[in-house]
Design a protein around this ligand. Structure first.
Ligand SMILES: Cc1ncc(COP(=O)(O)O)c(C=O)c1O
Length: 396
């Protein structure tokens, strides 16, 4: 008899990741993980913020904060969401979370019963899939193209009787697809959510990292039943674990109660650091501008190297921001085999099936351009070309 709960069955490690890691030999050029490179982390600004936070006589940054979050940080986030995104963002609809990852967990915990239908993009962010899967939903995949989730397909499923509890989307420069959902589809999704009564979880950690094209209003600007989830992981530092959710009224209180049970509150010190940075006039805008330039240069380097070295073998729609490109593969090259062959050549890429609820193979690999400078990106792509040749020469 197992001593473990049935839901543990749904907590699976990624076998593919293990396989890819095992085939890696020597130093790796990583197009694998999507995270800020060390040189993009604002160490000096954080050290100054830490000094100021610790110098406060009330020492509040070392006490338990309210479960909802540090009031100063909440005010600053509410202001940002109003001015930058035009959202109706009263402070009392915000909850600070331990990374956006905790927001996914808490939202799923208070909304999902086993077997509830959850609509996700195919492909979608694997961290959110893991968080949702614990609550044993029935995932429904809706395909993504260059314009984001195919909402016409979703409408077709809904008119055929699908009744999801929630729909999880990453509209800006998605991880892994790099795709940006069009303005029309955002409005359409909001409209479907109102018509069919499901919650949209709009995950937007990359929205500020746009380096091409024009900003598009979030889904949350068009409907009240949207939980808008944000994060400071990609614009300040992932190690702080500071994220937040702007929740519909009916969701906010259960989320706060669930958070109280989970961890009482997120780190007051780290919330204080972020609040300090946001209070510095123009600091975040300047920092984000630097990140945009960095990622734009790297995205261009990747597009150039792929066009030169892998014509007809791998291609992608250029992302307008963020950290990811979705490299489509021609016929007859399984993405998992390519990832293993690339690892043997010292390059990390992630095969597409990692990002599919259900894990079915898809003919694509995720390429992250955040970690390497242009010269290393070119070297990495050169090695991927060798990996393609290794595959063609293999037996059978
Ligand atoms: C789409 C997406 N959402 C959320 C996260 C996680 O963010 P956090 O560090 O705030 O938990 C990531 C991190 O890679 C991501 O790509």
């Amino acid at each position: 008899v197992s001593r473990l709960a049935a839901r543990v069955e749904r907590m699976r490690p990624s076998r593919l990741r293990e396989l890819v890691a095992a085939s890696t030999s020597g130093p790796v050029l990583s197009l694998g993980g999507g995270l800020p490179p060390p040189e993009a982390l604002p160490t000096e600004a954080l050290a100054e913020a830490a000094d100021r936070v610790l110098a406060r006589p009330d020492r509040l940054a070392l006490q338990y904060p309210p479960t909802e979050g540090d009031p100063g940080l909440i005010e600053a986030i509410a202001r940002d969401l109003r001015t930058r995104l035009g959202l109706d963002a009263p402070a009392d609809r915000l909850v600070v979370t331990t990374g956006s990852q905790q927001a996914f967990d808490l939202i799923a915990k208070v909304t999902l019963d086993p077997g509830d239908a959850v609509v996700v993009e195919c492909p979608t962010y694997v961290g959110a899939l893991r968080a949702l899967a614990v609550y044993q939903p029935a995932f429904v995949n809706v395909p993504v193209d260059a314009g984001g989730m195919d909402t016409a397909r979703l409408e077709h499923l809904l008119s055929g009787g699908l009744r999801p509890k929630l729909c999880y989307v990453v509209p800006n420069f998605s991880n892994p697809s790099g795709a940006t959902m069009t303005a029309e589809r955002r409005r359409h999704l909001a409209d479907l959510a109102m018509r069919y009564g499901f919650l949209v979880v709009e995950d937007d950690p990359y929205g500020q990292l746009r380096f091409a094209g024009a900003d598009i209003a979030p889904v949350a600007a068009h409907a009240p039943e949207v939980a808008y989830v944000g994060s400071f992981s990609k614009v300040v530092a992932p190690g702080l674990r500071v994220g937040y959710v702007l929740a519909p009224d009916a969701l906010r209180r259960p989320v706060v109660l669930a958070k109280q049970a989970a961890d009482l509150a997120s780190s007051s010190f780290n919330q204080g650091l972020v609040a300090e940075l946001l209070a510095r006039e123009g600091w975040l805008d300047g920092h984000v501008e630097g990140l945009r330039r960095l990622y734009c240069e790297r995205a261009d380097a990747l597009a150039g190297a792929v066009a030169r070295r892998l014509p007809g073998r791998l291609w992608f729609d250029p992302p307008e921001g963020g950290m990811f490109a979705w490299g489509s593969l021609g016929d007859g090259v399984p993405a998992a085999d390519l990832a293993v062959a690339a690892a043997a050549r010292g390059v990390a890429v992630v095969p597409g099936e990692e990002f599919v609820a259900g894990g079915e193979p898809v003919p694509a690999v995720r390429l992250s351009f955040s970690m390497l400078g242009p010269a290393d990106i070119d070297r990495a792509v050169e090695r991927i070309a060798l990996a393609f040749e290794d595959l063609n020469q293999g037996p059978g």
